[in-house]
Design a protein around this ligand. Structure first.
Ligand code: ADP
Length: 693
């Protein structure tokens, strides 16, 4: 809306600038060809002076050039040169008036005979007009594209100019010549009063988005009120004054009575305007208050969903908010279940909520309130007595004398309704809109409360089934060891005792059996270790990570020597963790780095750690065979291996254990690798760690 005002006012400014140029030109033509009507309306009014006419043309051009859409460096330059000329003419004329000195500028364009009406020296422009020219010229001088710097000055100059024009115009309107003729200096002609008036509007509308015009155009209620009141406030006193004067001149009353009538009528007019303002401001304040209450209510409800223990508390909070905003006595919130309305809560002034609840269990969806659901839209019923169908209002319920029903929707589907009743004076559309706005929050609050509860239950269930699984894995792997051990040792026994005594095939089969049993032993041991990570972990304590690393290197010593592995490491930080488990992590990672070495290169492994924000990032870098990109995500899974047992031995559970241990420490583990070049395994340990289970 403001935009349309802005462009309209800018257009007015430009249009006025053209009118001003035309008027100035007409006045000059009046002088050039001596056309009396172009100089003053009739001989009883003083003439507009030729210098004033020239200045008006200059002012019109400047305002035209300074329109925002047209502004550029050269236009500003021309406008400012013209402004300086205007100021000089104004100032020189003022000096002439005040000192009686004659610069000879008055008659420079055209000459006027001595003795012209209200003219102190022939063709000398009016004292007031000269001041106005200085003011307007200065205002134009400080105006640029954005007028950020000169803006306050610009406003002051142009307001003073406007007030002076207003006063001189009143002088003409009320026939008070002292207002347009100052002392014995040349009086302002009616033409120049009119033109300077137009100039005032052309100049203040030139940048309508700024300053007091900008304030007046704002979207807020104060500005809207101002836009309506300002013209009325200016016009009413003028009209009243003028009417009083008219009555006085026609002899209806004398001047004392005239004053009394003027004061009386002005007081009435201003009081009426004040009253309109009070009502209008109150209306918008009430509107605002309602919005505030609605959003405050929403806030309370959403906060409630986090704090409240039961769903009923959430629903009661919703009802309480709706009841308060609409000043209702009864509140009811129900959900459609099996074609009937089951209340989630009911607020009844004379009953406890449990007792009230009994009233409305499984209500039939009928009567005027049932329409809320059937017609899927809000209902206001302020005279329920006239409703033919009163079914549905439960027996024992106090009489209802006004009712507001709003459907509760989840997506497109109606899931229930909120009913409010017995607001004194009945409900209005604003009540309805407020409850409609709230209804979405009600649904959201109730549903998210339910969802959160369901989630809690699911998490609890998951936890217990996880627990069961863990103990299952532990028990089975533990118990499987025993028969396996028997199979393995008897297979060994057969191998030892009967090798070479049976045929070649039998020897091979026995080898397979022994190998399979031993692999299975490794796998079961791995599973056991894996399931123990959570259950057999130790308390976290602070220690130097180098201790864990040294432990790991110690247990890998023979493999390191065998493979001629070169292991280097940086200074490692103190961490809060399970020392044995961190050793295990290093052992698995370094063990793999050695195991998956290239055939033609001895393993080179470097361990380091750095602090990133609130955690330590450890890395184990190797020059191994590397991992193909597509398998990178799989290697941390249980029994996932990328090679056959003939190529590299192992149970495929080492990295799964690493992942589980790091997870227990609230950290992350990942790998970056380039196939054929090597891999770097990373894991993080949070800086200060509270003990976890
Ligand atoms: P295992 O080492 O017993 O096979 P892991 O869980 O420790 O089982 O590793 C899974 C797989 O990840 C390995 O089979 C191997 O293919 C790959 N891998 C692990 N560490 C490295 C490494 N440092 N360089 C190359 N590949 C690796």
């Amino acid at each position: 809306m403001k935009e349309s005002y802005l462009s309209r006012l800018s257009n007015i400014s430009e249009f006025l600038s053209i009118i001003i140029i035309i008027l100035g030109t007409i006045f000059l033509i009046g002088w050039a060809f001596n056309v009396p009507i172009f100089k003053s309306p009739n001989p009883f009014f003083s003439t507009i002076k030729s210098n004033a006419a020239l200045c008006f043309v200059f002012i019109g051009i400047s305002i035209w050039l300074l329109q925002t859409k047209r502004i550029n460096k050269s236009n500003i330059m021309i406008a400012k040169i013209l402004a300086v000329i205007i100021i000089i003419i104004g100032l020189l004329t003022l000096i002439e008036h005040l000192t009686d000195f004659n610069f000879g500028i008055d008659q420079i364009l055209f000459t006027e005979l001595p003795g012209a009406l209200n003219t102190s020296s022939p063709n000398r422009l009016a004292f007031i007009t000269a001041i106005n020219l200085v003011l307007i010229g200065s205002a134009i001088l400080v105006l640029d594209k954005n007028i950020n710097v000169g803006w306050p000055l610009f406003q002051i100059l142009i307001i003073i100019e406007g007030l002076m024009v207003f006063l001189t115009a009143l002088g003409y309107a009320y026939n008070a010549s002292n207002l347009y003729i100052v002392y014995h200096y040349t009086g302002a002609s009616i033409y120049s009063v009119l033109t300077t008036g137009l100039i005032f509007f052309a100049v203040i509308f030139i940048r309508p988005d700024k300053g007091f015009i900008g304030i007046l155009l704002d979207k807020y209620p104060g500005s809207a009120l101002g836009r309506k009141l300002l013209p009325v406030l200016i016009i009413i006193p003028i009209m009243l004054g003028w009417l009083t004067l008219l009555g006085q001149e026609n002899g209806l009353y004398d001047s004392n009575q005239g004053y009394a009538i003027l004061v009386f009528s002005t007081a009435i007019a201003i009081t009426t305007l004040l009253w309109i303002s009070i009502i209008s401001i109150n209306k918008s304040e009430k509107h605002l208050e309602r919005h505030y209450n609605v959003s405050h209510g929403m806030n309370e409800i959403l906060r409630g969903t986090i704090v409240f223990k039961s769903e009923k508390d959430v629903v009661l909070k919703c009802l309480e908010v709706a009841k308060k905003i609409t000043s209702s006595n009864y509140g009811f919130l129900g959900e459609i279940i099996g074609g009937r309305l089951t209340d989630l809560a009911l607020i009844h002034p004379e009953m406890e909520s449990d007792e009230a609840h009994e009233l409305v269990v499984g209500m039939e969806i009928a009567g005027y309130w049932g329409r809320t659901i059937k017609e899927e839209r809000s209902q206001i019923v302020n005279d329920p007595d006239s409703e033919p169908d009163k079914r549905g209002v439960p027996e024992g319920h106090s009489p209802i004398n006004s009712f507001l029903g709003v459907p509760l929707k989840q997506g497109d589907q109606i899931i229930g309704m909120i009913g409010l009743a017995n607001k004194e004076g009945g409900y209005n559309i604003e009540d309805q809109e407020a409850v409609e706005a709230l209804s979405f929050v009600f649904v959201e609050a109730i549903m998210s409360f339910r969802a959160r509860n369901e989630l809690k239950e699911t998490v609890a269930e998951l936890k217990s089934s996880n627990e069961e699984l863990r103990s299952f894995a532990f028990i089975t792997s533990h118990d499987l060891q025993e028969p396996l051990r028997t199979i393995a040792s008897y297979a060994q026994l057969i191998k030892r005792r009967y090798k070479g005594q049976l045929d070649k095939d039998a020897d091979e089969f026995i080898d397979f059996m022994v190998g399979g049993a031993s692999r299975m032993k490794d796998m079961i041991q791995g599973l056991l270790d894996y399931s123990r990570v959570g259950t057999r972990g130790e308390e976290f304590k602070e220690f130097d990570a180098i201790k864990s690393l040294n432990n790991a290197l110690l247990s890998l010593q023979s493999s390191i020597e065998e493979n001629n592995a070169k292991i280097t490491y940086d200074k490692l930080p103190n961490i809060v963790a399970d020392e044995n488990q961190i050793s295990r992590v290093f052992q698995n990672l370094i063990g793999n780095a050695i195991k998956f070495k290239k055939h033609d290169e001895p393993p080179k492994i470097h361990i380091s750690a750095e602090k990133r924000y609130n955690e330590y990032v450890f890395s184990v870098r190797d020059n191994s065979i590397g991992i193909e990109k597509e398998y990178i995500d799989q290697i941390f899974e249980v029994f996932k291996r990328l090679h056959t047992i003939d190529q590299y031995e192992g149970a495929g559970i080492g990295l799964a254990i690493v992942k589980r241990i790091i997870k227990r420490h609230n950290g992350h583990v990942w790998v970056e690798s380039e196939y054929g070049k090597g891999s770097t395994f990373y894991f993080t340990i949070p800086e200060a760690h509270k003990s976890l289970k």
